[in-house]
Design a protein around this ligand. Structure first.
Ligand code: HPA
Length: 273
């Protein structure tokens, strides 16, 4: 079965469950789940029950689609995403994005936990992605040289949608919520970075670093699906003063910023036409 056939089968399965014409998809990053409390939930579907869907392998990553409404908008949230470091290919990591697009989603909002490289970024800060540097060593488009997938060589001059980013900033300002902007570098992981690696990332222009998001954004751009992404800074990565970090602490800090991030997402969704 081809990749495209799998996408279509997964989509068909979701349509058969009554999931039709959702307008917004939300991908919830590590430690970020409070958004779901704002959703009037209609249905929850485990990834394991969706044909061809990958299944999260990391214990703290939940694996389900949560379908519901915010106001009059139909929203699909991915609670748990897939990462290269779990052993998935970039095509598997981005499979759900293609299914969401096929279902008819018009906007994609992503969140992630990230290490702060820019010294102005502090734990718990929310940073809107302005651009990214893909250091994962591959592309989710590799081997898909077909116009069936939206054409090859997508433009990446503005990977994060200008309209959505402006909307995020307007809403943050209106709510007196500090939302900085930055460049996100994605690495393979799962180990965190060495001091030399954090120093390198800073020098090449990264403001924060994480292990996700760029594959999904590359595919969204190929599909011309407008997207925006927000990082929660969970650790401060000053190479000259680096403290040991552990994943439990990263998750705990993401959890503390979870509510303000969720409110921001909800308000942006409410403001969309
Ligand atoms: N590095 C990579 N990924 C991360 C980090 C980090 O410091 N913090 C949260 N995700």
């Amino acid at each position: 079965m081809t990749y495209l056939q799998k996408i279509l089968e997964s989509t068909e399965f979701l349509v058969s469950k009554g999931i039709t014409s959702p307008s917004i998809a939300v991908v919830l990053g590590t430690g970020l789940g409070k958004f779901l409390e704002h959703l009037k939930v209609e249905q929850t579907i485990d990834y394991a029950d969706i044909p061809h869907f990958p299944v999260s392998t990391v214990e703290f990553h939940k694996g389900k689609l949560v379908i519901g409404t915010i106001g009059d908008k139909k929203v699909i949230a991915m609670q748990g995403r897939f990462h290269l470091y779990e052993g998935y290919s970039l095509q598997q990591v981005t499979f759900p994005i293609r299914v969401l697009h096929q279902l008819g989603v018009k906007h994609l909002l992503l969140s992630n936990a990230a290490g702060g490289i820019n010294s102005a970024f502090k734990k718990g800060d929310l940073i809107l992605l302005d651009d990214h540097i893909n250091l994962q060593g591959g592309s989710p488009l590799s081997g898909l040289n077909s116009f069936e997938y939206g054409g090859i060589f997508p433009d990446m001059s503005a990977p994060y949608d200008g309209f959505l980013n402006e909307r995020f900033q307007q809403i943050a300002e209106k709510s007196s919520l500090e939302l900085k902007k930055g460049v996100y570098a994605s690495v393979y992981g799962p180990q965190l970075e060495t001091r030399a690696e954090y120093r390198f990332l800073g020098r090449i222009g990264a403001d924060m670093v994480g292990m996700s998001t760029t594959p999904e954004v590359i595919v969204a751009n190929q599909l011309k699906l407008p997207c925006a992404a927000v990082s929660v800074i969970t650790d401060e990565c000053d190479p000259d003063n680096l403290k040991p970090v552990d994943i439990a602490e990263i998750i705990a800090i993401a959890g503390k910023a979870d509510e303000k991030l969720s409110q921001l997402f909800v308000e942006v969704i409410n403001s969309l036409g």
